[in-house]
Design a protein. Structure first.
Length: 89
């Protein structure tokens, strides 16, 4: 039984770390979607190597907004580095 608890705890940590801290409660500039990828539009300078599209439910920024590095929605023009990552897979 202790082993099962350890395995479940490990799975929860792995699942949390893979979620990229993307919000699951949609408020403000977030909209609910039935299909978003692991690499939603973000205001970052480097594309992740493992950026793939796997459809899952969750929240996305509304049109004209992207996630910042803390997964808060900001206007596209708000990207300090001028780079908006797009889905590539």
């Amino acid at each position: 039984m202790k082993t099962l608890a350890t395995v479940l705890a490990f799975m929860a940590v792995v699942n949390f770390s893979n979620s990229l801290l993307i919000p699951t409660i949609c408020t403000g500039d977030l909209i609910k979607t039935d299909c978003f990828g692991e690499c939603p539009p973000r205001c970052i300078g480097v594309l992740p190597i493992d950026c793939t599209f796997k459809c899952k439910k969750g929240c996305m920024c509304k049109e004209g907004f992207v996630f910042d590095n803390r997964y808060k929605c900001i206007k596209n023009e708000g990207c300090k580095n001028g780079f908006v990552q797009r889905r590539i897979g």
